[in-house]
Design a protein around this ligand. Structure first.
Ligand SMILES: [Zn+2]
Length: 233
């Protein structure tokens, strides 16, 4: 099984079946607490309907003082049979034109593999591979991450990931001392390489604990899967 399920695949027999679909199939109620080994790595880090996300994405206010320009876009749905404009299917959208936002991601007590995955996501964001919002298939909503830095909070030096250097006079945030690494620097790249290795290892080792199969039923006694239906029956 793939270490990342497809959250929209609700058919449990499919190879990318969502963790939720598999759990539903095993009759595990949706309000039950789910242990790590019944969730794929994506659901563990980014959350799913069964468990909240470890990675917290805060609201992103406009980065510039002036709000971004609005641009009116015209659309017309195409009639698949005639290839012309579809009657009554004209629509407009009011889009923000090249807006910039500031965004903070937050991850508590990260494990090395989680940092590795996050580093890969940040790289993709920097290179402009990801999009958000409406019309991604039309090329809208492409995001590019710029001027970013990662702040690590720690209580004792042992809490700080081994790849990072503690500053001689660290800044403080609440009870934590902090150290900052700028994206794109050698320090970040060396650290990220190690975390990505840990992530790759985690992906290779990923195994879903087999969910308990329902053996008996209080009404029919034995469940149907024990007596498969004959072909054509
Ligand atoms: Zn999953």
């Amino acid at each position: 099984k793939c270490p990342a399920c497809s959250p929209v695949e609700s058919r449990p027999q499919k190879p990318l079946a969502s963790c939720d679909a598999l759990l539903k199939d095993a009759k595990i109620p949706s309000n039950k607490e789910i242990s790590d080994n019944h969730l794929c790595l994506a659901c563990r880090l980014f959350g799913s309907t069964r468990r909240g996300s470890r990675l917290i994405v805060e609201d992103a206010p406009y980065a510039e003082e002036q709000p971004p320009k609005l641009k009116m876009l015209d659309f017309l749905a195409i009639d698949r049979f005639t290839g012309g404009g579809k009657d009554g299917a004209k629509f407009d959208a009011l889009a923000l034109w090249k807006p910039t936002f500031t965004l903070r991601l937050y991850l508590e007590n990260p494990e090395e593999w989680e940092l590795g995955w996050l580093a890969l996501v940040l790289r993709d964001l920097e290179e402009g591979w990801l999009s958000v919002g409406f019309g991604a298939a039309k090329g809208f909503g492409q995001v590019k991450l710029q001027n970013w830095r990662a702040t690590f909070g720690y209580l004792t030096l042992e809490d700080l990931p081994a790849e990072l250097h503690a500053p001689a006079t660290p800044e403080k945030s609440g009870i934590f001392k902090t150290t900052e690494v700028r994206g794109g620097t050698d320090e970040w790249r060396t650290a990220a390489e190690n975390w990505v290795k840990a992530f790759n290892k985690q992906v290779r080792q990923f195994e879903r604990t087999k969910l308990p199969e329902l053996q008996e039923d209080s009404y029919f006694d034995k469940v149907d899967t024990l007596y498969p239906l004959k072909e054509g029956a």
